[in-house]
Every structure is written in structure tokens, then in C-alpha cells.
Write a protein that binds this ligand. Sequence first.
Ligand SMILES: Nc1ncnc2c1ncn2[C@@H]1O[C@H](COP(=O)(O)OP(=O)(O)OP(=O)(O)O)[C@@H](O)[C@H]1O
Ligand code: SF4
Ligand SMILES: [Mg+2]
Length: 356
Amino acid sequence: MCSVAVTPDSYESNGSDPVVSIRHLVKEFQLGSGLFSGSQKQLVSAVADVSFDVERGRTLGIVGESGCGKSTTARCILRLVEPTSGEIIYRKLSPTNGAIDEIDIREISDSELRHLRSDLQIVFQDPVASFNPRMTVGASISEILVVNTDMPRPEREDRTQELLTLVGLDSGHSQRYPHEFSGGQRQRIGVARALALHPSFIICDEPVSALDVSIQAQVLNLLLELQQELGLTYLFISHDLAVVRQVCDDVAVMYLGKIVEQAPVEKLFAEPNHPYTHALLSAAPVANPKKQRGRTRLLLEGDAPSPIDPPLGCRFQSRCEIGRSKDLCHEAEPPLADNGDGHLVACHFPEVKSVI
Ligand SMILES: Nc1ncnc2c1ncn2[C@@H]1O[C@H](COP(=O)(O)OP(=O)(O)OP(=O)(O)O)[C@@H](O)[C@H]1O
Ligand code: SF4
Ligand SMILES: [Mg+2]
């Protein structure tokens, strides 16, 4: 296999149009010295040298088990947590002349960052939980317009009603309080709030994980429709591969702070290369009962290592059947390499396996 290590240059020379590019992103949390940690401070390696592009008008999914660093990566992009190192570039498209303004998010001032937050938004698992329970949702959405724009009151009221209608709610819902909504409706309100300031890039962090499957489908369809209508770009975080397959164009698989595989979504499902991706896909149910009965689940043995003390070499080595007996896997970290067709894999011994 012809492999090329992914460098910032190789991303930029392929004629793509990324809205957000991150390069060599690192986030280490420092744990305080407590009763059990002695005097030495410990570092949690939550995100360890992650690079990717999110292409304009497309959706990049990030999947991986709990604690692998999905949310921390997302929060670093918006600087809701400060990255330890790395570069985060946002390319703002001028609606009037199509010019692109390249903004280095780590370098801008706090006031510039506040201003930029209208372009870059995030939707959480239960966004309405952060609303003031004593304010109507209309007042909560309108407050965002008060803080960030100089819109007069009648226009704010119109915009609030317009947003509620856009996400499939009745404009009369603006007079209700957060507790008066169902899970699916709450998520729609969260999307309405995220759209209030006309963003171009939205991070969806597990937006449907708490919802019933039928309601999940409605919210996912809403996100897809809004993407078409408003030309949005999404970074979509989920642990559910079926959901990722439904809404994402490209998908990155994370393990212990690193991207181990990335590809267009159907390519990843059809030709997974990394042993961790094989295990994830084999654990995800398929809709066809006959096919499901004939499948063998690849069990991951052992526990994921602690992000406080990640191993040398490949971070997946302790759970990898191939890697356990290979010195190279214990000695050298596999780079995320392109096998020539935009399918990136970080493994010394990649192997295409059909698991779904
Ligand atoms: N504020 C913090 N202080 C210390 N460690 C943190 C902090 N936030 C996250 N971590 C650690 O960083 C790692 C990555 O966490 P993160 O929340 O990004 O994972 P995740 O992939 O989003 O998981 P989940 O699917 O459960 O949401 C975990 O080991 C977590 O314990
Ligand atoms: S580099 Fe080695 S340990 Fe890591 S996934 Fe590949 S084969 Fe397994
Ligand atoms: Mg998370």
C-alpha cells in the first residue's frame, strides 16, 4: 500500500474548501495534587495531536467510545476549553463578494472570539438544560439577539418566531417554559437557539443520544434539511454508528485522544482498515435480521489504557490482537497515513475487513 503521512501541507494542496481546519491539536488537562496523587501533578492526555478539515457544506462525524476526546476536541475549536497547543483555523466566507477571511482562532482576542461565536455554534445533548427555567423559551432566544445584535424589539420577536417555525415548532411555543417541552422539542429549541445569529458552522455533540429512536430520526432529518436550506457545515459527534452513517459525509474514528481512521462514510463502512474500527463496526447492529444473525462480533479484549499514562507506540496495542506480538506496535506510534484515496489510517499493519 502506498502511504503518505498526513501533513498540514498535504491537506492544503488538494483543492478542498474547508471551513474549519485543525492541525496538531493537543489538549492536556492538569489534575491537581490531591490526597491520592501525591505532590506530583498529573496530565490527562485528552486530545493528542489531532488534525482534520471540515469541508464547507459537509458533515464530518467523530465516533469513538466514551472518554476518547470527542467533546474536548469540539470544545477546543470554540475555545470553550483552551487548547494546550495546535492550530485552529476558521475560514469565514463573505456573503457579498465570496472572499474568504482566514481566522486563527487561538490568536484572536476575547472580544473577537465573542463576536466569532455567532458564526460557530454548538448544540449539546440537552441544550435547553442551560436555559433559565423561569424564562419562556421565546425570551431566552430573544436574549441572545439582545446580547449580540442591536435588533429592535419587534424584529427580535419576529426573528424568534421565525426560528421556532424553522425548526418545526409552533410560533406560539415561544410563550412556554423549558419544562413544558418533550425531549425532541427541547432539541429543536436548542437548534433554533444555535441558528439565531446565522452561523455557518455548527458542532452537534451527541444531539440525539438521549432521544427515542423515532424522535431521533425527526431531529436528524431536521438537521439535514437545515443544512440544505442554509448551507451549514457540521461537526457531528456521536457514539452511534447508525446515526453517523445517516447524517455524515465523512467520519473520523477516535481512540484515546487520537484519530485512528478517517474516510468518506460509506468507504469506512465498506472497507474499514483499523482493528479498532473493525471492533466498533462489528458491535453495531445492522437492520437486516438475516445478515445480523450471520455476523460475528469482534470483542475488544483488555481495558483502554488511562489517558494519564498512555503507552509508548500505538495507543491501541493493549487491545489489539495483531499488535500484542509486534515489537513495532510497542515502539513506534503509527502516523495517520493516506493510502492514496483520502482514506486515512493510523496502523502499522492495516487490513481491510468486511464486518457489516
Ligand atoms: N475538565 C477536565 N479535567 C480533567 N479531565 C478531563 C476534563 N474534561 C475531560 N477530561 C478527560 O478527557 C478525556 C476526554 O474526555 P471527553 O469528554 O472529551 O470524551 P468524550 O469522547 O466526549 O466522551 P463521552 O462519549 O463520554 O462524552 C477523558 O479522559 C476525560 O475524563
Ligand atoms: S499499529 Fe499495531 S497495535 Fe496499533 S492498531 Fe495497528 S496492528 Fe494494532
Ligand atoms: Mg462527550
